[in-house]
Write a protein that binds this ligand. Structure first.
Ligand SMILES: [Zn+2]
Ligand SMILES: [Zn+2]
Length: 431
């Protein structure tokens, strides 16, 4: 099956490319790219992309798919369907499932389920410590051999620094990044939102910026000691952004990601939007959000990831103090990045594709994230100008926990192709 994508604006930072071009896919691979791609062969299907952006498939490198264990909240099939609807051709799944995704068996389960679903690709991230208990290392060598692209105890920090150091040393030998949920548990305490003026006003227990700052500083120090690759998940404070920037200047292999909710909302949102503004790290005060946007503008942030964290309505309907942390994001991430960053002149479309495809692929060591001939035929076509309203009832995710219900967004995925198969066409799921 040959697919010709005609007349779009092709943006591929991996080749420094931004301009009108045709793209030819042949089976599971990119076949040709350029003004003459149409001449390279007769296509079975032609997709008109005039006025649209044609990009290497978007990759959300931080999602929670909840399977095995909480299939009432999300499954690998429902989550990857939501991913496709949101414009993603691949996601990396976090291991805090029940049982925990660790070792050969855990990773192979995720790979097999994703294969059955045949929607967005799933790249498993395996646990660093056995059972995410933070006591001893999990079987990370076996996990990597089975296909884990990264290692993380996301959801909880690795409190024992000696263990974190050993994890980084093993990860280096395996050439995998350690993705850190950088949080000092003692400073988080029983906090439920950002510590500051708003938490005082609302009478809610606060989580200070320093809970993240000290953990990021430690994680960077240990990564430098181990000469390992460290990826800081969901960075949210001005100080931790400075720490990552400094580590990069010193030549450390440190990267970081920002979530749409951390660049689109401040802690003021907690007052009006209820438990769908409760997540870790918490929504921060305005100066930190400004610092995050500045870091996105200047290239100090490497990736945008949703931290898609489905929770049941019953659990989120509890009081703020007891409701679980986390919100979903697969179906709003691209729209929020386009609306809040591109249309507000924080970043360019080239930056956006770099943050949502090129860099996640580089960090996780994937073959995708590029439109070079021979690369996997994973393509996202989006309309940066399409207006739409976020309606959780229309989500393909099983869960509905989003603070963005009713938001007017500008920019949406139109067509998604994974492995040469058209899974989203004209904004509609085809499978
Ligand atoms: Zn986390
Ligand atoms: Zn997470």
């Amino acid at each position: 099956m040959k697919i010709l994508i005609k007349g779009g604006r092709v943006i591929d930072p991996s080749q420094d490319l931004d301009g009108a071009a045709d793209l030819l896919l042949d089976g599971g691979a990119i076949a040709a790219l350029g003004p003459d791609a149409a001449a390279a062969g007769t296509a079975d299907t032609v997709i008109e992309a005039r006025g649209l952006v044609v990009a290497p498939g978007l990759i959300d490198m931080h999602v929670h798919l909840r399977e095995p264990g909480r299939e009432d909240e999300e499954t690998i099939a429902s989550g990857t369907r939501a991913a496709v609807a949101g414009g993603f051709t691949a996601v990396a799944s976090m291991p805090n499932t029940e049982p925990v995704t660790e070792g050969e068996e855990g990773v192979k389960f995720v790979v097999a389920k994703a294969c059955d679903a045949a929607l967005a690709r799933v790249h498993p991230i395996a646990a660093v410590t056995a059972g995410l208990r933070g006591e001893m290392l999990a079987e990370i060598g076996a996990a990597a051999a089975a296909g884990a692209v990264g290692l993380s105890d996301d959801g909880s920090p690795i409190a024992n620094s000696g263990l974190a150091r050993r994890a980084l040393e093993y990860a280096r030998m395996l050439d995998r990044p350690v993705i850190s949920h950088s949080e000092d548990p003692g400073l988080v305490g029983r906090g439920v939102m950002n510590e500051g003026r708003v938490s005082t006003r609302l009478g809610l227990r606060g989580i200070p910026n320093e809970s993240e700052d000290v953990a990021v500083a430690r994680d960077i120090a240990l990564a430098r000691l181990a000469r390992a690759r460290l990826h800081v998940a969901h960075i949210s404070t001005a100080r931790s952004l400075e720490l990552v920037a400094e580590a990069k200047r010193l030549g450390a292999a440190v990267t970081c990601e920002a979530t749409p909710h951390h660049f689109a909302l401040t802690d003021e949102a907690v007052a009006s939007y209820g438990t769908n503004t409760k997540m870790k790290p918490p929504l921060r005060a305005e100066p930190d959000v400004a610092a995050l946007r500045h870091a996105l503008r200047t290239g100090q942030v490497d990736a945008i990831a949703s931290d898609h964290a489905p929770h049941s309505q019953e659990e989120k309907d509890q009081e703020f103090d007891v409701a679980p942390f986390g919100i979903i994001g697969l179906e709003t991430s691209l729209g929020l990045a386009l609306t809040e960053l591109y249309h507000k002149q924080v970043i360019t479309l080239v930056d956006l594709v770099r943050l949502m495809s090129t860099n996640p692929a580089l960090i996780l060591g994937l073959r995708s994230g590029t439109l070079r001939p021979g690369a996997p035929a994973d393509v996202t076509i989006f309309d940066p100008g399409r207006d739409w309203t976020v309606d959780p009832a229309a989500f393909l995710s099983i869960s509905r926990n989003t603070p963005f219900s009713g938001w007017q967004l500008k920019g949406k995925a139109v067509t998604v192709i994974v492995d040469g198969r058209i899974l989203l066409r004209d904004g509609e799921i085809t499978v």
